[in-house]
Ligand binder design. Structure first.
Ligand code: GLN
Length: 553
C-alpha cells in the first residue's frame, strides 16, 4: 500500500532492564496493527554490536542469520518483521555499529571529510541518521528498533542519533516506545515497577523521554502499578501497555490491540479520528493456532539443537504449515552427532517427517547422511534445506549410484587429509541477474556467499511444480557450495530428479526422489519467505504429507 500520511512518522523502539524481552516481536506486532488500520509500514533494526553484519556470527551466539531478497545477512528480528507484516526487508533495513564505523572510516580514507577530526558526534551520528531516513517518503510509518538495552556502551551513539533525529524533524513526527520488564516478586506477591523507573531515568539522562511503555509481565498490571508507572515515568496511564506472556507469538497483534498499543501510538501522533482496524487476518491466524485438529511429530536433525533460535525461521515455517493443515506440529531437535555414533532408528523412529536444515562444515554431517538414508528407505517425508539437500545428494551418490567416497569440498579440510569425491564443490562463478559473480577460496568469509533471491525453473510434471503451482519460482539463497551437475544424469536414472535448476541450467536448485511419498531437497531457504497468513507451499505440503502418514499409523 502507498503512503496515506503526508510525512512519514517514526517510531523508535528501545529496550530496558534486561535483554530478550521480545522487542522485535513487539515492533513486528505493532507494524501489523498499523497495517490493519490501512497504513503502510517499514521496519528497521539498528544493532550496536561491532560486527559488520551477523553473517559471520555463530548461530550459537546470535541465532539464525536472516537473508533478504537483495542479499543482506541480517538479524533474526527481520524475520519477525517479515512474518508479521509481509513487507520484504531490504539491505537498508538492518545496520550495525560495525557497518556504520566502516562507512565512516572509508569516507575518512577517501578524504570526504576534508581534513576534519572524525568524532562520534557528528560523524557517526550523522551516518546513523542518514540510515534511518532512507526511503522515508515511501511509507506512513517507519519503525526503528534499537538492539540491546539502554545503558549499553555500544548503544550510546544510536540513542544520541535518534534524539537528534527527532529534533531535526518537525514536531510530532517521532515517538519513543520503551519495552521493559515488571518482575513479579513471589515473597511480596507484587509486580515491581522500580527497574522500569530506573530504565526510564537512564533514557532521560541521555535526552530521551518515552511516550509509551510496553511492560512485559507474567500477569495483568494492576491499576495501582499502572498509575505508579505513569506518574514516575512521565507517561499517560493509557500509554502503559501490558505485554503478558502468550502461548503463541501469533497472538501478539490481537493481544497488543486489546491492550491499546496501536491506539496509544495514534494518540501520541495526534492522529484522530483513528481509522478502524481490520483484524480478520489475525483472528484467522489465532483460530488456526489455538484450534488444531490433530498433531504431528517432526524431527529436525541439526547441529545447533541447543539453541532453537538458530533455526528460528524453520520452526516458524513448520508452524505455518501446521496452521494451513490444521495440525499442531511438534518439533523435536535431534543432534546430528548422536545419529553419527549410533543406530539412527533409535532417534528417528516414530516421527512423521524428517527435516534437515542448513548448516556449515563437516561436524555432524555423517549423522545427517545416515538420517537421509533412513528417510529414503523408510519412505518418511524428508525436507532437506541447503546443507540438507547437499546431504541428500551425497547420500544418493554414495548409496545408490556407488560413488562410495562422495562428499563435499567443504568437508575436506576437516577430514584429516582424506579427500572426498566432490559431488558438492566450492562454487566460484555464477550469474546474478545479467552479470557474472566470481569468488576465490581465499576470499573473506563475510558477505561472499551466493546470497539473496535467485530464479529457478521447475520441471513440468514434477512434484515441486505441483506443490508451487508454477514452474517459475524465486527463492533466497545463502551458500558457498553447490551440487555438481556432473552427476545429474546418473542420479536421475536412479530416480533422483533434478526438478529445479537455475535459469542457465548449471546450478541444481531442487532434487526429489520419484518413488517416494515426499522426499525433496532444496538449495535455497524456503523458510525465510513463509508467513502465518501465507504459509510457504513447500512447508504446507511437507506438513500435509506428514499428516497423511500420521493417519496411517
Ligand atoms: N555449508 C553449505 C554451503 O555453504 C550449506 C550452507 C547452508 O546450509 N546455508 O553451501
Amino acid at each position: 500500500m502507498g503512503a496515506v500520511l503526508t510525512l512519514a512518522k517514526f517510531i523508535f523502539i528501545t529496550g530496558g532492564v534486561v535483554s530478550s524481552l521480545g522487542k522485535g516481536l513487539a515492533a513486528a506486532a505493532l507494524g501489523a496493527l498499523l497495517q490493519a488500520r490501512g497504513y503502510s509500514v517499514r521496519l528497521r533494526k539498528l544493532d550496536p554490536y561491532l560486527n559488520v553484519d551477523p553473517g559471520t556470527m555463530s548461530p550459537f551466539e546470535h541465532g539464525e542469520v536472516f537473508v533478504t531478497d537483495d542479499g543482506a545477512e541480517t538479524d533474526l528480528d527481520l524475520g519477525h518483521y517479515e512474518r508479521f507484516t509481509g513487507v520484504a526487508a531490504r539491505q537498508t533495513d538492518s545496520i550495525s555499529s560495525g557497518r556504520i564505523y566502516s562507512t565512516v572510516l572509508e569516507k575518512e580514507r577517501r578524504g570526504d571529510y576534508l581534513g576534519k577530526t572524525i568524532q562520534v558526534i557528528p560523524h557517526v551520528t550523522n551516518e546513523i541518521k542518514d540510515f534511518i531516513a532512507i526511503g522515508e517518503d515511501e511509507v506512513d510509518f517507519m519503525l526503528c528498533e534499537i538492539g540491546g538495552t539502554v545503558g549499553d556502551i555500544e548503544g550510546l551513539p544510536f540513542f544520541e542519533a535518534i534524539r537528534q533525529f527527532s529534533q531535526d524533524k518537525p514536531r510530532g513526527q517521532c515517538i519513543f516506545v520503551h519495552l521493559t520488564l515488571l518482575p513479579f516478586i513471589k515473597a511480596s506477591g507484587e509486580l515491581k515497577t522500580k527497574p522500569t523507573q530506573h530504565s526510564v531515568k537512564e533514557l532521560r539522562s541521555i535526552g530521551l523521554a518515552p511516550d509509551i511503555l510496553v511492560c512485559r509481565s507474567e500477569g495483568p498490571i494492576p491499576e495501582k502499578e499502572r498509575e505508579k508507572l505513569a506518574l514516575f515515568c512521565n507517561v499517560r496511564p493509557d500509554s502503559v501497555i501490558a505485554a503478558q506472556d502468550l502461548a503463541s507469538i501469533y497472538e501478539a497483534p490481537l493481544a497488543y490491540h486489546k491492550e491499546g498499543l496501536d491506539q496509544a501510538v495514534l494518540d501520541a501522533f495526534q492522529i484522530a479520528p483513528a481509522p478502524r482496524p481490520d483484524l480478520s487476518r489475525w483472528l484467522d491466524v489465532a483460530d488456526r493456532i489455538y484450534k488444531p485438529e490433530g498433531d504431528i511429530k517432526v524431527a529436525i536433525v541439526g547441529k545447533y539443537t541447543q539453541l532453537e533460535d538458530a533455526y528460528k525461521s524453520i520452526a516458524e515455517a513448520l508452524t505455518h504449515g501446521g496452521m494451513a493443515n490444521r495440525v499442531r506440529v511438534n518439533v523435536e531437535w535431534v543432534d546430528a552427532e548422536l545419529c553419527e555414533r549410533e543406530e539412527v532408528a533409535r532417534y528417528l523412529e516414530g516421527f512423521h517427517a524428517i527435516l534437515e536444515p542448513g548448516g556449515i562444515e563437516a561436524r555432524g554431517t555423517a549423522g545427517k547422511i545416515k538420517a537421509a538414508t533412513y528417510a529414503r528407505e523408510h519412505k518418511i517425508p524428508y525436507l532437506g534445506i541447503c546443507l540438507g539437500m547437499q546431504m541428500a545428494v551425497i547420500e544418493a551418490a554414495r548409496n545408490v549410484i556407488g560413488v562410495s567416497d562422495a562428499g563435499s569440498e567443504e568437508f575436506d579440510h576437516e577430514a584429516g587429509g582424506k579427500r572426498f569425491e566432490p559431488v558438492v564443490y566450492h562454487l566460484k562463478e555464477w550469474v546474478q541477474g545479467n552479470h557474472k559473480v566470481s569468488r576465490k577460496v581465499s576470499d573473506d568469509k563475510g558477505g561472499t556467499m551466493r546470497l539473496g533471491a535467485y530464479d529457478a525453473h521447475l520441471s513440468e510434471g514434477s512434484r515441486v511444480a505441483d506443490v508451487y503451482g508454477t514452474c517459475a519460482i524465486e527463492e533466497r539463497h545463502r551458500h558457498r557450495y553447490e551440487v555438481d551437475i556432473k552427476y545429474k544424469a546418473k542420479l536421475e536414472k536412479a530416480g533422483l530428479s533434478f526438478s529445479g535448476m537455475s535459469p542457465d541450467g548449471r546450478l541444481p536448485e531442487i532434487v526429489e526422489w520419484r518413488d517416494h511419498p515426499w522426499f525433496i531437497g532444496v538449495q535455497f531457504h524456503p523458510e525465510l519467505k513463509s508467513k502465518p497468513f501465507d504459509p510457504h507451499p513447500l512447508f504446507k505440503d511437507f506438513v500435509r504429507a506428514a499428516k497423511d502418514i500420521s493417519r496411517l499409523v
